[in-house]
Design a protein around this ligand. Structure first.
Ligand SMILES: [Fe+2]
Length: 175
């Protein structure tokens, strides 16, 4: 991990920083299974997927993070993976946000971009809030227990569960 990433993560709470470092390391451990041209960006996105919590503008961290990283010159692949991580579109929809905020991060001309997404989702959804290794079941339970039933995140994760499982399975199936 480079110094720039470390510096950006310093803006997060200790728990989010520890989680982010663990997600980045987890992606690093499987990055050799990704197409070579996407490895570094996938690792960077994994480390920085939650950076938007440290630089809030809209208050929706996947888009705040992607906009912030774009302004720093990070690649379209990194910004895409951060914007779309772990069913962020479902949460945006539950929040009633304008989904057009995602448009600039679609980066559809990149080969195997969906594999990068699957790997980042897998790393995030198998890593706990303190960096511990979890199964996807444990991780979903952990999130659902941290947020009140009826809250935005609880509703979003409940709705996104099948999609999250599909993406996690897609990643583990290609490892
Ligand atoms: Fe996140």
């Amino acid at each position: 991990m480079d110094a720039a990433i470390d510096e950006l993560l310093a803006s997060l709470t200790e728990s989010r920083r520890v989680h982010s470092l663990a997600v980045g390391r987890r992606l690093e451990s499987v990055a050799h299974m990704l197409p070579e041209h996407l490895r570094q960006d996938a690792i960077t996105a994994a480390y920085l997927h939650d950076v938007g919590y440290g630089y809030p503008v809209t208050g929706f961290h996947p888009i705040d993070g992607a906009n912030f990283l774009e302004s720093l010159g990070y690649s379209p692949v990194v910004c895409h993976a951060v914007a779309f991580h772990s069913a962020s579109v479902v949460e945006a929809d539950v929040r009633g946000l304008d989904l057009a905020a995602f448009d600039r991060f679609k980066a559809t001309n990149v080969d195997a971009l969906d594999t990068v997404d699957a790997f980042v989702w897998w790393a995030d959804m198998t890593t706990g809030p303190n960096g511990e290794l979890l199964t996807v079941d444990e991780r979903l339970d952990e999130i659902l227990s941290r947020y009140e039933p009826g809250s935005t995140v609880h509703t979003a994760i409940s709705r996104a569960e099948p999609l999250i499982r599909t993406m996690v399975q897609r990643a583990s199936g290609s490892m």
